[in-house]
Design a binder for this molecule. Sequence first.
Ligand code: TXA
Ligand code: MG
Length: 333
Amino acid sequence: MTDGVEPTQTEIERAVATLRSGGLVAFPTETVYGLGADAANDDAVRRVFEVKGRPTDHPLIVHLADASQLDEWAASVSPTASLLADAFWPGPLTLLVERSSSVSPAVTGGRSTVGLRVPDHPVALELLRTFAGGIAAPSANRFGRVSPTTAAHVLADLGDDVDLVLDGGPCRVGVESTIVDLTAERPVVLRAGGVSVDRLEEVLGHPVEVHVSAEPSNAGARAPGMLEAHYAPNARVVLGSEHELVELLIDILKSANGPVGLLAESALVGLPEDIVVLEPAGTADDYAAVLYSRLRQADRLGLDVLVCVPPPAVGVGLAVNDRLRRAAASSQG
Ligand code: TXA
Ligand code: MG
């Protein structure tokens, strides 16, 4: 699970000391690595925004050790919040709720709401339990870049700007948490992620509204971070379907200013020979787990264009489709 790189208790204690003194600690979660600060320390939280290069009105998610802390951070705990927390925490689900008055507006970008989640990773949980407070953490990448799914990605992106990186191996899920807004009358999914809409509906017992879109006009001001040209590698990302893929690749090869790569679920035959075929991504779950690594690999290989064949948009495949659409949309400039 953690590839034998699990941090020792001493490292966890060092990380806790770093957080207590206002430092920044990158830590693994099941989704992506987070750039953590003590959620109760405004100066530390401000540094997170600085290091990321993120506008200060884009709120941070507060990570908790367990669901029993919900009532410290939320103004009130609705039956729906309890139901979802019980069903999915620890796990890749962020709940947006009205914040309790003790939550700093520095964390919430001045909003009256706060995003809360209990991550499902032994290192994150050990850190949170030992710290015994909320850890505010966005993904540990520079603003607008691809989220990190290994400690090496974090170091490549943030270098010395982060005080300590806990290495917990590659992230299991590989795409960010699903965000569910519980502040309106009915739950609304604002970001597709590690928990599928099907599972949410199963637990809630009714259909849920999904407001996720790669179109800037539609993503909605309710999750401001979602408006950005996010999840973008340097390579131009083009989406293709298996059907007519060869024609698309030939066409792109004609106008490309460098190597052209392909990322698909399975190995495909009959492709033009100049195509750089990345290792196939496998099922939708596997695709999610390797997606950000492959986008980074595309840049390491100096690809001019990366053609991606998305998995079916069901389960975590919906999140993969969402991230690929965003990468493609921001590629168009
Ligand atoms: O899986 C994840 O959620 C990862 C790991 C580290 O937990 N975190 C993550 O954080 O993806 P970040 O900051 O990169 O994305 C959080 C998104 C942003 O788009 C932000 O705008 C939205 O959640 N968000 C957080 N709190 C919010 C709030 N109170 N109201 C509206 N949107 C909020
Ligand atoms: Mg992020």
